[in-house]
Write a protein that binds this ligand. Structure first.
Ligand code: PGA
Length: 281
């Protein structure tokens, strides 16, 4: 199976989870822009301008507006801001939820769906992940949908079965047209999230290959070649170069290490350096 595609961006995405209100958001971006040149080379800046490399931050809802203003006003290159969840309906009696249109009013065009913490703590199921993914794509958002197995599932040899079932929950003929880079997948083994345990580069590549093959088998070579598949789970500057150098790993979804400007900048530069060494991923 050929894995390379000229059309796939490399993506470094921060997932802030329930961290950083508007005040801390402002301080984070002040440090990010102040220290940008210390860590990020002008070659990487150029890659960001051409969107060969893309940087995204999924911020809490209440910090989205501040984050978007900060990226617009203080950064030399585009950094995209996304929400951590949104509802499938466009409005109505859904206390606590936010809609695609509300995000678009703030100039937010990205959303993260189906993170394992949402599945684990907030009752998200394959069905609701499917509804959110499909509806939000239809309403014009770029969606990053997460999948991943638990430790128990991996140890009992069920990883592929679990991932295939999660994939079928949101990959349908209706979402297939968005397998052109509008829908991004994030593979996050649950046992590696926030634990300090990371999948080895070989484990990550093997699983990403499985996901890519699933896309290929069900939706064809174009869809499989154009859909970025990110790895998440304790990615940090020390292990990023090995993970990013795997042919089917198209970037990282990063929790802990995205909360410090220094490590986030190092991750951006690691991705830039990887692309400079091997531009045709
Ligand atoms: P982590 O989180 O990098 O802190 O493991 C990743 C995620 O949950 O997206």
């Amino acid at each position: 199976m050929s894995q390379s595609s000229q059309n796939r961006s490399l993506i470094i995405a921060g997932n802030w989870k329930m961290n950083f209100g508007p005040r801390e958001t402002e301080a984070f971006f002040e440090e990010l822009s102040g220290r940008w040149k210390e860590f990020v080379s002008s070659d990487t800046d150029q890659l960001l301008q051409t969107s060969a490399l893309r940087v995204l931050i999924f911020a809490p809802s209440l910090s989205l507006e501040k984050a978007r203003m900060c990226t617009q006003n203080s950064l030399p290159v585009p950094v995209f801001i996304g929400a951590q969840n949104a509802h499938w309906e466009s409005k109505g009696a859904f206390t606590g939820e936010i809609s695609a249109e509300m995000l678009q009013q703030l100039g937010i065009h990205h959303v993260l769906i189906g993170h394992s913490e949402r599945r684990q703590y907030f009752g998200e199921t394959d069905e609701t992940v499917g509804k959110r993914t499909h509806s939000l794509l239809k309403q014009g958002l770029h969606v990053m949908t997460c999948i991943g197995e638990t430790q128990e599932e991996r140890e009992s040899g069920k990883t592929e079965e679990v991932l295939a079932q999660q994939l079928r929950g949101f990959l349908t003929p209706e979402t297939a047209p968005y397998l052109n880079g509008t829908l991004t997948l994030a593979y996050e083994p649950v046992w590696a999230i926030g634990t300090g345990l990371t999948a080895t580069p070989e484990q990550a590549e093997e699983t990403h290959q499985f996901i890519r093959k699933h896309l290929w088998d069900e939706y064809g070579i174009e869809a499989s070649g154009r859909t970025p598949i990110l790895y998440g789970g304790s990615m940090k500057p020390e292990n990023a170069p090995q993970l990013l150098s795997q042919p089917n790993v198209d970037g990282g979804l990063i929790g802990g290490a995205s909360l410090k400007a220094e490590s986030f900048l190092q991750l951006i530069e690691a991705a830039g350096a990887h692309l400079q060494a091997q531009p045709s991923k």
